[in-house]
Design a protein around this ligand. Structure first.
Ligand SMILES: Nc1ncnc2c1ncn2[C@@H]1O[C@H](COP(=O)(O)OP(=O)(O)OP(=O)(O)O)[C@@H](O)[C@H]1O
Ligand SMILES: [Mg+2]
Length: 373
């Protein structure tokens, strides 16, 4: 029997729960031609949410193009994937694809090569020298296609903050916005997990994407939806779990979607008929051990004073620049403290609002406290 839980990848359909208000908000934006900007810490469900919005669009009224900035290192790579994905979402037959070259471009004449399934599996051949001369034509492509075909296109770009890592990104951002802002039948859904970088892009007046659309911070899924989902998934597969244990699972993972699915999966896997406290504890240990390498990597990227600062925070210290705290935890000078605090916030390890400081990753926090320090 296969596990009713999924983690580590995009979930939709039966594995996707709640988020109805978020779905509604994005759907409304898409129909009203308003761009969406979505931010959340890692693994809270951004990519799944946008994919779910696409899957709910069963009448094909909107066409969704998906790009991921995670894999893009240059402007050329961006423009080629943008073109390919925009064309892919708007065609349904190979003939349309061949026609697309002539129909949608004036300056460019891209050629295609096909795989086994020509509609989904095609590559676009375009030299960078050609593309550079026709950037306007490429950037305007979704709008041109939408207008010519009488459709609406939603261009979804994951990990959008990585645009700032492109060489000469500021100029490129200006260029994109200067065209995108005139699009009426194309909306842009831009999402990312690096809160600081995303906020800088969209909230700084000096940046091209300032106030580009409806910006929202994704929240966690309320507990009651998890309780139903976890209990139903166990009972549907002939296994028992008490309400009390489900509550403990939610609290052990601080209601973090990915970890909760991971813990649910381990618990389900370790259970023959009914979940016990021992099974829960073993399953939680497994969550921690399977993420340990990743946590060690984070720590290796930090300096000793930064680790010490995390230690002080874990001890509940909030007056981090007091002489006693700096001495007790070996934090360096007040300047070191504020620099390190800022850096841990910028790296999205900590979420800081004045004196309110918490860890973004609840299991990393637990691991630091119990295994590392
Ligand atoms: N609505 C949901 N219902 C159930 N589980 C969810 C939901 N959203 C997210 N998850 C769980 O969280 C995991 C991560 O989801 P997803 O990849 O969509 O997050 P993300 O925010 O895009 O992550 P990243 O920051 O790494 O790109 C999923 O594999 C799933 O286990
Ligand atoms: Mg994602």
């Amino acid at each position: 029997m296969s596990s009713p839980f999924r983690y580590g990848k995009i979930v939709t359909g039966d594995h996707f729960i709640n988020r109805s208000a978020d779905i509604q908000r994005i759907q409304n934006n898409n129909s009203a031609g308003i761009n969406t900007i979505l931010i959340s810490p890692r693994r809270w469900g951004k990519s799944s949410l946008i994919k779910q919005v696409e899957q709910l669009n069963t009448d094909n009224e909107l066409r969704f193009a998906f790009l991921d900035f995670f894999k893009i290192r240059t402007e050329e790579e961006f423009l080629t994937s943008y073109m390919r994905e925009v064309i892919r979402c708007s065609i349904s037959r190979k003939e349309e694809l061949l026609q697309a070259g002539r129909e949608f471009f004036r300056k460019l004449s891209p050629s295609f090569s096909f795989g086994a399934d020509p509609v989904n599996d095609f590559t676009l051949k375009l030299t960078w020298s050609e593309a550079k001369k026709a950037k306007d034509e490429i950037i305007n492509l979704p709008e041109v296609i939408a207008n010519k075909r009488g459709i609406k296109i939603v261009v979804c770009i994951d990990e959008f903050q990585n645009i700032s890592k492109l060489p000469e990104s500021v100029l490129f951002e200006q260029e994109l916005r200067s065209y995108w802002q005139y699009h009426n039948n194309t909306t842009y859904c831009l999402y990312g997990s690096r809160k600081h970088m995303m906020l800088e892009l969209f909230k700084e007046e000096s940046r091209a994407f300032y106030r580009f659309g409806d910006l929202f911070l994704l929240q966690k899924i309320p507990e009651k939806h998890w309780i139903d989902y976890i209990r139903d998934s166990f009972s549907k597969t002939g296994k028992k779990i008490s309400k009390d244990i489900v509550h403990k699972m939610i609290s052990h993972t601080s209601n973090h979607p990915d970890y909760l699915q991971q813990l649910s999966h381990n618990t389900w896997n370790n259970t023959d008929s009914e979940v016990t406290e021992e099974i829960l504890s073993e399953s939680m240990d497994l969550v921690i051990s399977s993420n340990t390498l990743y946590y060690q990597d984070i720590c290796e990227g930090l300096s000793t004073t930064q680790i010490n600062l995390l230690k002080a925070i874990l001890h509940g210290e909030r007056r981090l620049t007091s002489a006693a705290t700096m001495l007790e935890f070996n934090l360096g000078t007040p300047r070191n403290v504020s620099k390190n605090k800022k850096m841990l916030g910028t790296k999205d390890i900590l979420e800081i609002h004045g004196d309110m400081i918490h860890f973004n990753d609840p299991i990393f926090e637990y691991w630091l406290k119990h295994f590392y320090l």
